[in-house]
Design a protein around this ligand. Sequence first.
Ligand code: PAF
Length: 296
Amino acid sequence: MWNVLVAFKVFFLYMILTKRASELTNYLRELKKQNPQLSIGFVPTMGALHNGHLSLIYESIRENDRTVCSIFVNPTQFGEKKDLETYPKPIEQDMQMLMDAGTDILFLPEVDEVYPPDYEHQTFDLNGLDLKIEGEMRPGHFQGVCNVLYRFFEIVEPTRAYFGQKDFQQTVVAKMLVDLMDTDLEIRVMPIAREDHGLAMSSRNRRLPDHARKSANFIYHGLLKIKETAPEIGLQAAIQNMKEDILKRDNAELEYLLAVNANTINEVQNLSDADEIVILTVVKYYDVRLLDNMYI
Ligand code: PAF
């Protein structure tokens, strides 16, 4: 049934669902033929949606004539098989959330549809950005992200694509990919959505024990403290304080915590080293990798 475009109707809201890439491309091209000015907002996701994703959808709806969301757990960006296999897939709940939010089209492809048998995986020249920090912890991850985005951008031909700031390095990689593809597509980056206590929203937060979703707010508060104290005590001393705080915590293991130039992702030592500085961190808490970052 999902092999054709299907319209759902719930409380007067319609959402078109398709699993076929060519169907989606043809449908959107037909719309553009009727209205050459038509703008298309695209929100790529791996499902297990939360308010962070919805904020991207809302912004896309505000800025574009049509909003397309994809749900696809992209195998090429997972290093660990277990992470891929256990990635949450609450598809019915996701569809309801997207419909309620007013999404126009949901693209829900199978692996073969995104990567047909004749698709040759590409290696993009990301100037080493794919090999450092998050890329160093997850070899091949950003090349996998680029391959799936390349395919999606080909299929959807969007005017704007929406990403959350939480995956900061991914947003920079997506901008580099667009440069390499030489398209007019605009990458829009939306602020991090946080749970009540401050933990950055992520589909992986579901794997935390309930109490840890609250206590994990030490990451957010640590970043805020760096922002507050760095002008006084110096950037590296402020970072060191947060590292020591993490070391003292049970069930917490620091993967990285560093300050980078927001445009190049090159590490910086001092506040005066770049106009825009972001602190990037990953803390493994109760065995769940929690990413967070903050402009300072
Ligand atoms: O951030 C994500 O959920 C994924 O990396 C993305 C952008 C959907 C590509 O698979």
